[in-house]
Design a protein around this ligand. Structure first.
Ligand code: DCP
Length: 150
């Protein structure tokens, strides 16, 4: 009886751990310069193509959130960023939770380029609410406006 209970418990712990790995975190970057934030236009999947997002992606094994933000900004924007904070609101996505970090461009680093997006634009606090954001990112519109306001 005890052994059966223990093995049921072990199975429950294993499947919880598997679920956590499957739902590995996604990070997004609120890259700020001169009171504007960088919005990037997605090309995929079809449901999100044409909509704007805060650039980011999945956190890989052994990476911190900050590592993932720096790597994703290199891969997607060809730029070097410095993570300097985090927005309070986590975003719900199908895969789990997306955490939004704030960052600025490293001094003297390259300008962001759309290496994996169809376009980039710097958006002011006044413009943030009118951007056609991907559904998850709409949840941080108020946080972004606060972040960009003087
Ligand atoms: N996502 C989002 N808002 C963001 C960034 C990402 O809603 N600001 C969502 C879109 C995807 C998921 O998070 O459903 C993963 O994002 P990406 O596809 O950009 O990330 P990766 O390229 O790292 O993951 P994959 O290769 O699995 O698509």
């Amino acid at each position: 009886q005890v052994r059966r209970l223990l093995s049921a418990r072990a199975a429950a712990v294993t499947s919880a751990a598997e679920a956590l790995v499957a739902a590995r975190a996604v990070v997004a970057t609120a890259l700020v310069r001169d009171r504007s934030v960088l919005a990037a236009q997605r090309t995929r999947p079809p449901a999100l193509a044409g909509l704007w997002e805060l650039p980011g992606g999945r956190v890989e094994e052994g990476e911190s959130d900050a590592d993932a933000v720096v790597r994703e900004c290199r891969e997607e924007l060809g730029t070097e960023v410095v993570v300097d904070g985090r927005l309070a609101t986590d975003l719900r996505i199908d895969a789990g939770v997306l955490r939004v970090h704030t960052a600025h461009l490293a001094d003297g680093g390259p300008e962001p380029r759309a290496l994996e997006h169809s376009g980039l634009r710097w958006v002011t606090a006044a413009e943030v609410p009118g951007v056609d954001w991907v559904p998850a990112d709409r949840a941080v519109v108020a946080d972004l406006v606060d972040l960009l306001r003087p």
